[in-house]
Write a protein that binds this ligand. Structure first.
Ligand code: MG
Length: 156
């Protein structure tokens, strides 16, 4: 069976008065993530992992940050395009694993909700999505949210 692996990384800075959206889920917090789109660091990392798995570029090549039409965009749009790209290449998602790194808010209380939403977007069972959370100890990035993602694809 033909399989492909993909890896993605993203980071965004926290900013007061911006809604916080992670993994397509709105979380209550004092700060949101600054970015050209809605700043959904997790969906951006997963999008890059999907695009990387089929080697068709990255999120910036599909959705240039210089293009005003993506200002404040729902990052689900980016992920859906990446899903379309893997499908065009003849693949589907087997599983995804991710790590979120941020000082606050705590992700663990929301992890099940994030898993369910990401699983729905990747069209896999919830048991095929890992959401792990860490604090940025010793990295000096307390004002940033960082996400790493790997995805495994199988040929249809
Ligand atoms: Mg981003």
């Amino acid at each position: 069976m033909s399989m492909r692996i993909g890896y993605g990384y993203d980071s965004h800075e926290f900013r007061p008065g911006v809604p916080l959206v992670i993994g397509g889920v709105r979380l209550e917090h004092t700060h949101g993530l600054a970015g050209h789109s809605d700043g959904d660091v997790l969906l951006h990392a997963i999008t890059d992992a999907l695009l990387g798995a089929v080697a068709v570029g990255d999120i910036g090549s599909f959705f240039p940050p210089s293009d005003p039409q993506w200002k404040g965009a729902n990052s689900v749009i980016f992920l859906e395009e990446a899903m379309r790209q893997i499908s065009l290449a003849g693949y589907r998602v087997v599983n995804a694993d991710t790590t979120l790194i941020m000082m606050a808010p705590k992700i663990v209380p929301h992890a099940e909700k994030l898993r369910a939403r990401v699983a729905e977007l990747l069209r896999v069972e919830k048991s095929c999505v890992g959401i792990k959370a860490k604090t940025p100890e010793g990295t000096g990035t307390d004002n940033a949210a960082i996400a790493h993602a790997v995805v495994l694809l199988e040929h249809i």
